[in-house]
Ligand binder design. Structure first.
Ligand code: URA
Length: 255
């Protein structure tokens, strides 16, 4: 039997489903899946994989690099971001959303950008997607209170939660490079396309997910974004496999 599906794996999977809100079996009679049509319906995949060139105005990128490299700790990096004036998103945002969790944790989650609730609270992942992320982390014994550090590529909310523009992502990359250096995790988890675009230079989370790679000098695992999992329950199976890969790596038995 696949080691991920031994007794403990199955029990953790069941526990995860309970944490996701599954509290009853649907239907009075069991469904014989062997009689179901062979091809299960496919989840609608997010945007296709493609390399995405990222360019910001040269002065914006140079200013970001200088500000980021001058920060010697996380407080200084937060202050450098707060003082950075080249990103239009800053003007429409209520708060700078810098990070949450435990600096120095072995795992650093990198999301996309704050939404409405994050913008209000000044903390990443506090809305519905954040609750989903917390449940995902809990399923492998992790939490932002104890052993995970969480941030986003964009520290300011894009209007109407629009996808950040390539120029905005590009100007934030030097800050993320420094953020990863200062937080010093053992691994980063890139949730969703925007963090893959920033960290790997490519999009296409459906193809990228589940394969260890490197971003900002650290082992990196792309995963589906929790907001996507909320919209696409069929993708939770893949997310579960990726969480087990993180757990295995933390235990020291991953490739
Ligand atoms: N989605 C993200 O990528 N980050 C947040 O902080 C909230 C939602």
């Amino acid at each position: 039997m696949d080691s991920a599906l031994d007794f403990h794996g199955l029990r953790a999977l069941l526990q995860w489903q309970v944490e996701l809100g599954v509290d009853e079996a649907i239907g009075d009679v069991p469904v014989n899946r062997y009689e179901a049509p062979a091809a299960a319906p496919k989840a609608v995949a997010p945007a296709a994989q493609k390399a995405v060139p990222l360019h910001a105005a040269p002065d914006a990128e140079a200013a970001a690099r200088q500000a980021a490299e001058g920060a010697n700790d996380l407080d200084a990096l937060r202050a450098a971001l707060a003082a950075y004036d080249h990103c239009e998103l800053k003007r429409g945002a209520r708060n700078l959303v810098f990070a949450d969790g435990v600096p120095g944790a072995r795992v650093m989650i990198i999301g996309e950008a704050p939404g409405r609730e994050e913008d209000r609270a000044g903390r990443p992942f506090v809305g519905q997607a954040g609750k989903m992320l917390d449940r995902m982390l809990a399923s492998i014994g992790l939490s932002r209170e104890e052993n995970v550090y969480i941030t986003n590529i964009l520290p300011w909310r894009p209007p109407q939660n629009a996808d950040p523009k390539p120029g905005e992502i590009a100007m934030m990359r030097p800050f993320m490079q420094r953020h990863v250096e200062l937080a010093a995790p053992e691994m980063v988890i890139l949730v969703g396309n925007i963090s893959c675009q920033a960290g790997l230079g490519e999009r296409g989370i459906t193809k990228l997910r589940g394969k260890w790679t490197e971003a900002w000098g650290k082992p990196a695992l792309p995963m589906f974004h929790p907001a996507y999992l909320l919209r696409t329950p069929a993708a939770k199976r893949a997310a579960w496999a990726d969480l087990l890969a993180v757990q295995a790596r933390l235990r020291g038995d991953a490739s």
